[in-house]
Design a protein around this ligand. Structure first.
Ligand code: ATP
Length: 448
């Protein structure tokens, strides 16, 4: 049998349809017509996203002795956002088309004369600033005194706690503080599925280093570490780029910046930004709060403000990347010339929502069902499993489409020879494996 992967790239329509059909992502509040810029993760999507976050956490926090964990509140004192510059400068410039009433971000328009949606000429309103922070109010009075914001990034919670953390964790730069959490932005034009949304999760690492001339090495080391991370989860190298920002493209205070971008079906899109931010953030909070956030540097015997290397990755965008990158439409032709197609998600086993599916070949055979259910129950504590039964072709098809690396089938022969058929997702090869050794056989292949 000859197998070829289709050269055609998956479309967003196919990804959205698959995501809904198999329970990865649903439109938020769908029964009420949905709400623009918000999505819900279904049973498989919730696990996929959790696995992506765990993979980031493992590499950024657990495998390091110089990074500590953090979890700050979503609503903070409004002064936090004043100091950070978000109140005054966190806005996009928008225009409306007077004819079709559609709204656009000015910097997203290729042609500022003609509306891309209805084609009208010179139909745009004057550009207006639009602050992206979502407002809420605290307590029973909805007056200006109660105004607060939902955080547009998680990082500020780390900066304002810098001193609390280094003192309690007994750390001195170089060391990092990491957190994963929800952020909110009132995006003018949400779109491209879960790529640009109004509620999303960020994984942020704030790595503080002494101002001793080694800061650019620390920056480069994080860029390399993040490169290795994407590669280790199998993201295709030809669809990933690390774009180095020019001085003109960086904020004035930043000393270096790299955007991690993935080639989505609609073009390149940012997954993560890695930046050398100097002392900008701590300086800003020291200036407005009047509190000293410096640390005592033993080498220079002075109170110093550390430099900051930041890696800020979007977990929804990374999860979407994993889904798109794993997708393959494969065509097989058997020796008789009969061709079949299958959709397969080639997830890395560490992030696949289901790692092993266990089947009973015949639904009406209680002894096969019982045997298969027992095997699945025994595997469950050590890998992510699912039990199913019925037509083997349909079962394989479904598991391929959700990216399950291995399927284990209990058939009539199992009752005699004590062995099961293990079928691998990627090459569809089958092996007969004794039930007694099945956990070891699968674990070895899932973790290699
Ligand atoms: P963009 O230019 O796409 O609006 P940004 O440069 O404003 O993004 P950052 O402020 O650098 O984004 O945020 C860090 C990361 O957070 C981004 O790389 C992205 O992965 C994620 N992120 C930011 N905004 C959104 C959003 N609206 N929806 C989903 N993820 C987002």
């Amino acid at each position: 049998m000859e197998t070829t992967a289709s050269q055609r790239r998956v479309t967003m329509e196919e990804i959205v349809a698959l995501a809904k059909r198999r329970g990865f992502v649903f439109q938020s509040s769908e029964i009420y017509g949905g709400i623009n810029g918000f999505w819900d993760y279904g049973p498989l999507g919730a696990v996929l996203k959790r696995n992506v976050k765990d993979a980031w956490w493992r590499d950024t926090v657990e495998l390091r002795d110089d990074v500590v964990a953090f979890d700050s509140s979503i609503v903070m004192h409004p002064s936090v956002w004043k100091a950070s510059g978000h109140v005054d400068a966190f806005h996009d410039v928008m225009v409306d088309c007077r004819v079709c009433k559609h709204r656009f971000r000015l910097d997203h328009l290729k042609d500022r004369e003609k509306c891309p949606d209805c084609g009208a000429k010179s139909s745009f309103t004057e550009p207006r600033n639009f602050n992206l922070m979502m407002k809420t109010s605290i307590g029973p009075m909805e007056d200006t005194a109660a105004l607060a914001y939902l955080r547009p990034e998680t990082a500020q919670g780390i900066f304002v706690n810098f001193k609390n953390v280094y003192q309690s964790a007994r750390k001195r730069p170089p060391f990092g503080i990491a957190q994963i959490g929800k952020s909110f932005r009132n995006e003018i034009t949400p779109g491209n599925f879960t790529f640009r949304v109004r509620e999303f999760e960020q994984a942020e690492l704030e790595y503080f280093v002494p101002d001793d001339g080694h800061d650019m090495e620390a920056f480069q080391a994080w860029v390399e570490r993040r490169k290795a991370w994407y590669a280790s989860y199998g993201v295709r190298a030809d669809r990933l780029r690390f774009y180095e920002l020019t001085p003109a493209e960086r904020p004035h205070y930043a000393r270096a910046g790299v955007d991690v971008e993935y080639l989505f079906p609609w073009g390149w899109g940012e997954l993560e930004s890695i930046a050398h931010r100097g002392t900008y953030d701590l300086d800003a909070h020291m200036a407005l709060s009047g509190k000293d956030l410096r640390y005592f540097d033993e080498a220079t015997k002075t109170h110093t403000t550390p430099l900051l290397i930041e890696s800020s990755a979007g977990m929804d965008r990374t999860t979407l990347t994993m889904l798109i990158d794993a997708y393959e439409l494969e065509r097989s032709v058997d020796p008789n010339g009969k061709s079949t197609e299958r959709v397969v998600l080639r997830f890395h086993p560490a992030i696949a929502p289901v790692q092993v599916a266990v089947f009973a070949l015949a639904r009406n055979r209680a002894d096969l069902v019982e045997r298969a259910r027992t095997i699945e129950r025994e595997l469950r504590p050590v890998m992510r499993t699912q039990y199913d039964e019925g037509n083997i072709g349909q079962l394989y098809r479904r598991q391929d489409e959700i990216g399950t690396p291995f399927c284990v089938t209990v058939d009539h022969a199992t009752l005699e020879d004590g062995a099961v058929t293990v079928r691998a997702r990627d090459d569809m090869r089958q092996a007969r494996v004794p039930v007694a050794g099945i956990a070891g056989y699968l674990l070895e292949r899932l973790t290699q």
